[in-house]
Design a protein around this ligand. Structure first.
Ligand SMILES: Nc1ncnc2c1ncn2[C@@H]1O[C@H](COP(=O)(O)OP(=O)(O)OP(=O)(O)O)[C@@H](O)[C@H]1O
Ligand SMILES: [Mg+2]
Length: 259
């Protein structure tokens, strides 16, 4: 087997090997036997799960469990580097794509650090999302769902509060035509009142039937929103079931979520 050099670390990681872990037809979204590395660090260690169309799945687990790495693998970022497995979205092979192709197909990742573009107003940040076709929500529609952004449309995005920047990061993704929304810690570092406001917005997104994977340390908030839950531990799936099962199972929460 030949190896590929990792762009970030210069170290070698094993070459990609597709594998049909389960066989049969993929679900609307399927991750099958994903293995991914940062350089030589083996992080995502055989992750499997499906998400049905319109479903909200909470991807939970302790710090360092591999949640962000799994989202980045799905969004086809260069790091971590996928070495094995298949990722399907609406019958398309994401595992064969680069991040820009995944984005074009409709994968919308809202990263933990939000990545608001400096020097641009709220409105300009939103307009930039709409340069590429196909477009998602119109800017008018975004302002209806995000009144705080409407009030601040001429403010420079990076000067807004953390909660407002989180709203802009989400709005920017909705301005594109997405099939799969990936949220990494949308409530992180936010005051409870802002968390409630973002929860209301996400509830609205849920009613529109956008298939979503939400990673969140605030597991209770994520489980209240989600239909299903997958718990990761040390790069592997240790639970896959309904969100209600996790809410009802104190032992499971204590073992893997420390809540
Ligand atoms: N760029 C990187 N290079 C090397 N190792 C990394 C890199 N990013 C993350 N890791 C390691 O991968 C493992 C999983 O990290 P990841 O960020 O996916 O966890 P997480 O579940 O999102 O944690 P948290 O809840 O703290 O955000 C950790 O051991 C982490 O140290
Ligand atoms: Mg993380």
């Amino acid at each position: 087997m030949s190896d590929t050099k990792d762009a970030l670390t210069g170290k070698t990681a094993p070459k990609f090997q597709p594998v049909k872990a389960k066989g049969g037809a993929p679900a609307f979204f399927s991750a099958w036997d994903l293995h991914a590395y940062y350089g030589e660090s083996y992080i995502v260690q055989g992750v499997n799960f499906d998400v049905r169309e319109g479903e909200i799945m909470a991807l939970l687990g302790r710090n360092g469990a591999g949640k962000t790495s799994t989202l980045r693998t799905i969004a086809r970022m260069d790091n971590p580097h996928l070495t094995r497995g298949e990722i399907w979205l609406d019958h398309q092979p994401l595992h064969e794509m680069k991040s820009y192709q995944a984005a074009r197909l409709g994968v919308g990742l809202v990263p933990e650090d939000r990545r608001i573009i400096q020097g641009l107003t709220v409105q300009e940040n939103l307009e930039l999302s709409q340069i590429a076709e196909p477009k998602g929500w119109s800017i008018e529609r975004i302002y209806e769902h995000f009144p705080r952004l409407a009030e601040r449309r001429n403010q420079e995005g990076t000067t807004m509060s953390g909660g407002e920047q989180q709203m802009l990061a989400l709005a920017r993704i909705l301005a594109r035509d997405i099939k799969l929304l990936l949220l990494d810690e949308p409530y992180e570092g936010l005051a409870p009142v802002i968390v409630q406001e973002i929860e209301r917005i996400l509830q609205g997104v849920k009613e529109l039937g956008i298939t979503t994977i939400i990673v969140e340390q605030n597991a209770i908030a994520a489980l209240n929103l989600a239909d299903r839950a997958v718990i990761l531990d040390m790069g592997e799936v240790v639970f896959d079931g309904s969100a209600q099962e996790v809410l009802d199972n104190a032992e499971l929460r204590q073992d893997y979520l420390a809540i």
